[in-house]
Ligand binder design. Structure first.
Ligand code: NI
Length: 188
């Protein structure tokens, strides 16, 4: 089922999401989130973006029907101590993530399904170590770089009410300000 995606200016996007304590119904929600994300041509979607203020995220950095993404899927990551192609662990569905970004800072152009038609350069560390609890109670321990490391940081930001536009340089923010204001005006 396709879900409506909350947009910039909606308050739910600014809330600190609650930890998941009961996973009842979340498998269905996760599948709906993936379907919604694919339909919108995104690579990640956090629960607050579909109006649920809980710490849950879905990611697929090499979505089906995206040939350009095949390359990212070949990149290697470490999963529970074992080296594997990123593609083999997609899609990722997790709750209550703990992430630790590390490595060198890197500039990358980000967008967001909740910030329509806005793209901006954001500096973030290029690697992530993460503990990603799964809906079945197991925990996926991940060490990765590339697009997945970027996506994990962006999506986990959503769980704390942060958007990528909060993280642009102050000079870039001036340019963004009008665009963002327009998005808010359209919401009223
Ligand atoms: Ni986003």
């Amino acid at each position: 089922m396709l879900l409506p995606i909350n947009q910039y200016g909606d308050r739910v996007l600014r809330e600190v999401c609650a930890p998941v304590t009961d996973t009842t119904g979340l498998e269905t929600l996760a599948q709906d989130m993936l379907e919604t994300m694919y339909a919108a041509h995104g690579i990640g979607l956090a629960a607050p973006q579909i109006g649920r203020s809980i710490r849950m995220v879905v990611i697929n950095v090499c979505p089906p029907d995206d040939e350009d993404a095949a390359e990212d899927g070949e990149e290697l990551c470490t999963v529970n101590g074992e080296e594997r192609p990123v593609r083999s662990i997609m899609p990722l569905i997790f709750i209550n993530p703990e992430i630790e970004p590390y490595g060198k800072n890197e500039l990358f152009t980000e967008g967001c399904l909740s910030v329509h038609n806005v793209r901006a350069n954001v500096i973030r560390p290029d690697r992530v170590r993460a503990k990603l609890p799964q809906l079945d109670g197991s925990v996926l321990e991940l060490d990765c770089g590339g697009l997945l490391a970027r996506c994990l940081q962006h999506e986990c930001d959503h769980l704390d009410g942060h958007l990528f536009v909060d993280r642009v340089s102050s000079a870039a923010r001036i340019t963004l300000k009008k665009k963002l204001q327009r998005l808010c005006d359209r919401r009223r």
